[in-house]
Design a protein around this ligand. Structure first.
Ligand code: ZN
Length: 687
């Protein structure tokens, strides 16, 4: 599970940039296109690592880049061919490179790079090219056909026809989600009902129902001669060529592992990649959770299930990192008190964990981002996903400090808060406490939220189906929102005072009710799980805040009489969030947390559906128009991504590694082309 960074206040215009302190400017980049802006992150502390640790990170970073093609193919069966075609035109095109068509073509390619495919990385809708079919045909004629050894004609409808593969991952209630999603997790002709039935039977036949493997996680489900079967992603199987390259680097990593446990983790992962056996995968994740002594850590494999409309099949991602020792102290305080938080949460005691254990929390420094974490990335990760492994062996929660840092630096002074925050007093609150509380909310979400609560005996972890991800994210967010206002955090020294939480409450409500809408195209519903979660929480609270009369919760002195805890108000024709009663807001977050936990614990699919469809999906068209036009006037990019650093290996005359340096200067297009050249691991067609 990961949380994508949702603050929409992270863009810096070039003029604001030059006003920044010089030391920070390398974090920014002038690369800006469509709704995207590229940032850089600093791998602070890398130089202080031992040579052996640097080597380990280097090998893990190579392993993290070698799976890139897998994700491209998972995101759509034509993506690798389209990438090859577009890149060849980009480098070899002999026509007028200043023409409107070519400029639009470049923007399209940059978006495709960013999304690892032809659909928006977040909204999932297919990009509409700003260049003509005619331009593309002529461009194809101008390049060497040997570089595009496949039928380009069948790519035209895929690129241009809005009706062909319109959504990567469709979540529209009532449609066949498998057949209407372009993601490449199911073969031709497989229906949603067939896929659900296939995995239900598999689950029912499992010998140990208390310890189920992650069924379907590492395969494409196809229909062959009318029969369903899995094509497993493993060495010798589907994506085997990429997986073999990954294994090569993991084996290298093993030779410089920091301790025997870490070597065993790598060994098990290699075994899993070789066999595709999901029991081996579980064994690997258990070893991985238990290995906490090493400074260096990684994820590598089929991990996030957001891209599968049924939430089972996992997209490939790779990540190498190391511990940020000072910041880790912060999250240790939370995990050391995990049981206290569990015991005092407002959920029904039947749904609480009696023994909160194994939640290790740490702040890490990202060293490389790969697969589904690149270039758009998470700022926190909580793994593994298997419920029983989490319950019996614990999980690892991380906050990625250097990425959060880069976002925060990019967000200051860009005009966003002046436009959307209601008054100067609230802006000052956010200025003072915003960064601290954002980090803290992420910590609470990852370290405690996902790890809290339990399913009632016999409840299937997948019973919420397509609503599972959004409900899970809501649960973790609410846990964080409820506790960020708790005096316990002041006692632990995590919040400076009793005012700080208000900044998080305000920005959360503002984001959920208004500003996250800048990521939605006019007329579209909210589909992405984290966005649904935030809309659900904010709208539910808004609705119930109106119904709460003053006095039903302790109203602090000086609180306005007879007003709802939170409301939307108009000022000079613009809509703002006004919070009248912060403690009442906390009570509402607590109420909703209790209900969401009940839904999760009981596997109440109808309850999940009702909540999400009522509060988390629909968009108020008029408000949406207003927010978009106000946002547009600010000229900010709603999404950010990161250009990776580059690791330079220095060797002596014998070829022995003497040092590894990290450098940051690479341009976006250069990096993408280099990756396509050096990490091309798969054929253009993977059947
Ligand atoms: Zn999460």
């Amino acid at each position: 599970m990961n949380i994508k960074h949702y603050l929409l206040v992270m863009s810096v215009s070039l003029s604001a940039l030059s006003a920044q302190a010089g030391a920070d400017t390398f974090l920014y980049n002038d690369e800006r296109f469509a709704d995207l802006q590229m940032l850089r992150y600093q791998v602070h502390g890398f130089d202080q690592l031992s040579l052996r640790q640097k080597e380990l990170i280097y090998y893990l970073s190579e392993a993290a880049l070698c799976g890139r093609d897998i994700l491209w193919d998972q995101n759509g069966r034509y993506n690798l061919r389209i990438r090859q075609l577009l890149e060849t035109i980009y480098t070899d095109y002999k026509g007028n490179r200043k023409s409107k068509d070519f400029q639009a073509f470049v923007t399209y390619l940059k978006r495709v790079w960013f999304s690892n495919g032809i659909h928006h990385h977040y909204g999932c809708e297919k990009f509409q090219p700003g260049f003509s079919e005619d331009f593309l045909r002529k461009a194809i004629k101008s390049i060497d056909p040997a570089k595009i050894p496949f039928d380009t004609e069948e790519l035209f409808p895929v690129i241009f026809d809005p009706k062909v593969m319109p959504k990567r991952t469709n979540q529209a209630d009532g449609e066949d989600l498998v057949q209407t999603s372009a993601a490449n997790y199911y073969g031709a002709g497989v229906t949603q009902a067939e896929a659900e039935d296939f995995y239900l039977k598999m689950k029912e036949a499992a010998p140990d129902p208390a310890h189920p493997v992650m069924f379907g996680m590492n395969s494409r489900l196809i229909k062959e001669n009318g029969e369903l079967k899995e094509k497993v992603w493993r060495s010798g199987g589907l994506y085997g060529a990429a997986i073999d390259r990954i294994i090569y680097w993991l084996q290298k990593a093993k030779t410089v592992a920091e301790n025997a446990k870490q070597a065993a983790v790598l060994d098990k992962l290699i075994e899993y990649y070789q066999t595709g056996d999901l029991h081996t995968f579980d064994a690997y994740t258990i070893l991985w959770v238990q290995e906490t002594a090493g400074i260096v850590d990684f994820t590598n494999g089929f991990t996030e299930s957001y891209g599968d409309p049924l939430g089972m099949k996992a997209s490939w991602e790779g990540f190498a990192n190391f511990k940020d020792m000072a910041a880790t102290e912060r999250t240790k305080k939370l995990s050391n008190n995990a049981q206290w938080f569990e015991d005092h949460s407002p959920v029904d005691s039947r749904f609480k964990k009696e023994n909160c254990k194994g939640i290790t929390a740490k702040v890490i420094v990202a060293a490389i981002l790969g697969g589904d974490l690149y270039p758009s990335t998470a700022i926190g990760i909580n793994l593994p996903n298997s419920n029983w492994v989490r319950a019996e062996h614990g999980s690892k929660s991380v906050t990625i400090g250097n990425l959060t840092d880069a976002y925060n630096k990019a967000a200051h002074g860009n005009g966003f808060q002046e436009e959307f925050v209601i008054d100067e007093q609230t802006r000052q609150l956010i200025d003072k406490y915003g960064d601290v509380c954002d980090d803290l909310h992420t910590d609470l979400h990852e370290c405690l939220g996902h790890g809290s609560g339990k399913l009632l005996p016999g409840v299937d972890a997948d019973s919420l189906k397509a609503y599972g991800s959004a409900i899970e994210e809501a649960r973790a967010d609410l846990f964080g929102l409820y506790y960020i206002a708790d005096p316990k955090l002041i006692e632990l020294g995590l919040t400076p005072d009793a005012e700080a939480y208000k900044s998080q409450y305000y920005t959360y409500m503002m984001n959920g009710l208004m500003t996250q809408l800048v990521r939605i195209e006019p007329g579209n519903d909210i589909e992405e799980a984290h966005m649904r979660n935030r809309a659900l929480i904010a709208h539910w609270v808004l609705k119930h805040a109106t119904a709460v009369p003053n006095g039903s919760v302790t109203v602090p002195e000086g609180s306005p009489e007879g007003k709802p805890a939170v409301e939307l108000v108009k000022r000079d024709g613009k809509t703002f969030v006004q919070v009248n009663n912060y403690p009442a807001l906390r009570a509402l977050f607590g109420q909703l947390l209790a209900e969401i936990q009940r839904i999760k614990s009981e596997g109440d699919f109808e309850g999940a559906r009702r909540l999400i469809e009522t509060y988390g999906v629909k968009v108020d068209a008029e408000l949406h128009r207003e927010i978009l036009s106000r946002y547009q006037a600010l000229n900010l990019a709603p999404y950010k991504g990161f250009i990776n650093p580059e690791y330079i290996v220095e060797r002596d005359a014998n070829g022995t590694i003497t040092d590894i340096r990290v450098t940051y200067g690479e341009a976006y297009d250069h990096q993408m082309l280099r990756y396509s050249r050096d990490y091309r691991t798969l054929p253009f067609i993977n059947e």
